[in-house]
Design a protein. Sequence first.
Length: 114
Amino acid sequence: QVQLVESGGGLVQPGGSLTLSCVASGSMYSINGMTWYRQAPGKQRELVAGLTRDGSPTYSDFVKGRFTLSGDSPKKTVYLPMNNLKPEETAVYYCSWHGLYDYWGQGTQVTVSS
């Protein structure tokens, strides 16, 4: 069983930055990757960025060059620094770790507004 906790969300002005964290606990032996998603009110969940077990990142086109994944394996933590945020990126951001099952955190709210 894996438990996930996201943090780092908040209110930021357009063009500002935030860094999200996803901390995992529990047995990680089956984990083979993780993904950040976001879901805005009234919209479908969308993939933001992902990280494979060997540390290879992938990004959706709309965040390339602005978001950069990094991981700290001993701390079982993945970070998502987000730069130049836009109002349309206001959403709840979730991390999910993938193994025998998909594990999900509770989400962290990111609000981009002046």
